[in-house]
Structures are given as structure tokens and as C-alpha cells.
Design a protein around this ligand. Structure first.
Ligand code: AQP
Length: 330
């Protein structure tokens, strides 16, 4: 039987953090054996926030190298840059004409990001979910493994695809989101009511995959918890402690409730040290592999070129059907 298709991506807006890994890339690696997968570095999305050009180019390569370092085999999956396949932007324009302002006005990420970038609330930030719908629908995607913050955007992609199909027939596969039961929303260490984010101004909030082991241990030691002193998994009531237990759960492969038992009769100090050390052990081999890949320019260049060529073939096929359906001349 023909394998189904996965599409997902990450923005090249900075260093990847453990939320990007535990909420998304970890599942990409797990799912990749059973699907045809495209994992994209969504560099066009990154432009919705002002970027330094040299840094954006470097971040894009770094994100792609992280995909490989985190276990996604470039010989079996398509890894590429969004800007190398112009059909992403072309389909986004067409889908803009099938998406309602009211739908985009409801997107919580737009509200959050506008609040953070008051001086630059551009139209791209507003139509970001349409470009994301185009990313997904361009490849007749069945499954989109993402973190919880992208749930609403995947829903919108489904709505737009259904609307389009209703008018023109079965042009797009209707995608499903895949959001993991644990790790889908890793919270900021200093403010566990907010999600961990690449572009957070306070670097103590995020554990970056490139952080040194010492920095990781220190950040965990300073993580905000609460004053009742009990290691218990209760996300609503005990956001900081539950966040640490979620991270530990992802790294150990055990449930957060089971992890809780390891700390019976112990305080938050033991929890912070254990989680920090477990994480250091888990990511050190990835960090070393990432450094090795970044130094191998020719190898990365080869993957980038071949990924774009493979993605382009698939994208062209969908675009031909879309253009014909809406009536654009040949
Ligand atoms: N804190 C998180 N916990 C779990 N998953 C997360 N993701 C992001 N943050 C967390 C998931 O990682 C994938 C890539 O995210 P993105 O690059 O599209 O950026 P984002 O969702 O806007 O989050 P960031 O990393 O915080 O970037 P900035 O700071 O640039 O906004 C997605 O699957 C996302 O769900």
C-alpha cells in the first residue's frame, strides 16, 4: 500500500529549544518510518518578524542540520528550505482568496505575536496561517505532527481545504494534526504560564539544544516552581513543577505520574537536578552531531539541493491541479 504523507516545519527564527524537539521533531523521527515525510525549514514564515539577513541564512542551515542530528534521515525523508520551492508562496496567494478575515482574526498566535511586536504588525503576520495551510496542502499531506500551539493553524488548513474541495472537487487531501500526549507545550522555565519560545528575550526561559551542559543545569536550578514543596503532576495548579515532570517524562519515556514517584519525600532541588542531568545526557550526542554537520558544508549543500528538487516535483503536480481548477490559463 502507498505510504501516507507527513509535512511539518520549523521557523528559522533562532536556536531550536527543547520544546521544538519534544513537541515536534522527536515525533517526526518516530513517525518517519511509516510515512513519506517532508520536513521543511520555513524561512518565509520567519520574515514575519524582522530578521538579520546573515543570521537568518545561518539559522536556516542550522535548523536543517538539527533535523538530521535529531535522527531524521535525509536519505529517506525530504529536507529542504521553503523559499527554494516557490509554489509555497504561489499557493498561499490563491488560498488567501479562500480564507476569511474573520477566521484569521480568531488566531491566538496572531494576537500573541502582535502584542510582542507592536511596532511591526505586518500583513504577513496576519496571513501566516494561510501560508502554513499552503505548506501543508501543497503536498497532499495526511498528517501534520506539531506542538499544541499550532493546533488552531492545522484546523484552519483543514477548513480551507474543505471549502476549496467543496467548490472544485477533491483537489486536496484533508490533513489531520498529530499532537503528542506529553511534551506538546513545554513551558518557559521562569514563567511556566507561557510556552517556551525561540525568540524569548529572557534566555533563562528556554533550554536551547545548543546550550552547554553547564548552562542547562544552571537554567533548571533557577526554574520557577511554587511554595508547597510537593513534587506532583498537576499542570493547572502547579505549572512549574508539572513542566519539569513533563520534560522528564519525555526524556525517560515514562508517564509524568510515574515519574512523580521517583521524587517521593524529596524536594524541588532533587527534581531540578535529576531533570537537568537526564536532559544533558539525552541531548549531548545530538549537539555533537549538529556541530559535526554544520562543519560539513558540502554534505549539507547536497541535501539542501536534493530536498528542494524532490519537493518541487510534488509541489508542481498539486499546483497544476489547483490552477486548472480555479481557471488560470495554461
Ligand atoms: N514550547 C513548545 N512546546 C512544544 N512544542 C513547541 N513548538 C514550539 N514551541 C513549543 C513546536 O515546534 C515546532 C516549530 O515551531 P515554530 O518554529 O513554527 O515556531 P513557534 O511555534 O512559533 O515557536 P517558537 O519556537 O517559540 O518560535 P518563535 O519564538 O519564533 O515564535 C512547531 O510544531 C511548534 O508547535
Amino acid at each position: 500500500m502507498q505510504k501516507k504523507t507527513i509535512f511539518s516545519g520549523m521557523q528559522a527564527t533562532g536556536n531550536l529549544h527543547i520544546g521544538n524537539w519534544l513537541g515536534a521533531a522527536r515525533n517526526w523521527a518516530k513517525l518517519s518510518a511509516d510515512y513519506n515525510c517532508l520536513y521543511c525549514v520555513v524561512d518565509l514564515h520567519a520574515l514575519t518578524v524582522r530578521q538579520d539577513p546573515a543570521q537568518l541564512r545561518n539559522n536556516a542551515r542550522s535548523v536543517l542540520a538539527w533535523y538530521i542530528a535529531l535522527g531524521i534521515n535525509p536519505d529517506e525523508n525530504i529536507l529542504y528550505f521553503q523559499s527554494h520551492v516557490a509554489e509555497h508562496a504561489e499557493l498561499a496567494w490563491i488560498l488567501n482568496c479562500y480564507t476569511y478575515m474573520g477566521e484569521l482574526n480568531r488566531m491566538t498566535q496572531f494576537k500573541d505575536k502582535s502584542a510582542k511586536n507592536e511596532e511591526n504588525i505586518n500583513a504577513g503576520l496576519f496571513t501566516y496561517p494561510v501560508l502554513m495551510a499552503a505548506d501543508i496542502l501543497l503536498f497532499q499531506t495526511h498528517l501534520v505532527p506539531v506542538g499544541d500551539d499550532q493546533r488552531q493553524h492545522v484546523e484552519l488548513a483543514r477548513d480551507v481545504a474543505q471549502r476549496f474541495n467543496h467548490v472544485y472537487g477533491d483537489i486536496f487531501v484533508i490533513p489531520e494534526g498529530y499532537i503528542p500526549p506529553v511534551g506538546a507545550r513545554i513551558m518557559a522555565l521562569q514563567d511556566p504560564t507561557r510556552k517556551m519560545s525561540k525568540s524569548d528575550e529572557n534566555i533563562s526561559n528556554s533550554i536551547f539544544l545548543s546550550d552547554t551542559s553547564d548552562a542547562i543545569i544552571k537554567k533548571f536550578k533557577r526554574a520557577v516552581t511554587d511554595s508547597d514543596g510537593q513534587v506532583r503532576y498537576a499542570p493547572e495548579e502547579k505549572a512549574g513543577v508539572s513542566n519539569l515532570l513533563s520534560i522528564y517524562s519525555c526524556v525517560t519515556g515514562r508517564t509524568p505520574q510515574d515519574c512523580e514517584k521517583d521524587f517521593a519525600g524529596q524536594g524541588y532541588g532533587a527534581l531540578k537536578t535529576t531533570v537537568g542531568e537526564a536532559l544533558v545526557e539525552a541531548i549531548t550526542p545530538y549537539r555533537n552531531e549538529h556541530a559535526r554537520l554544520m562543519a560539513d558544508t558540502a554534505y549539507l549543500d547536497g541535501i539542501i539541493a536534493s530536498g528542494a528538487a524532490q519537493a518541487k516535483v510534488l509541489a508542481t503536480s498539486t499546483m497544476a491541479r489547483v490552477k486548472k481548477a480555479v481557471g488560470l490559463p495554461k
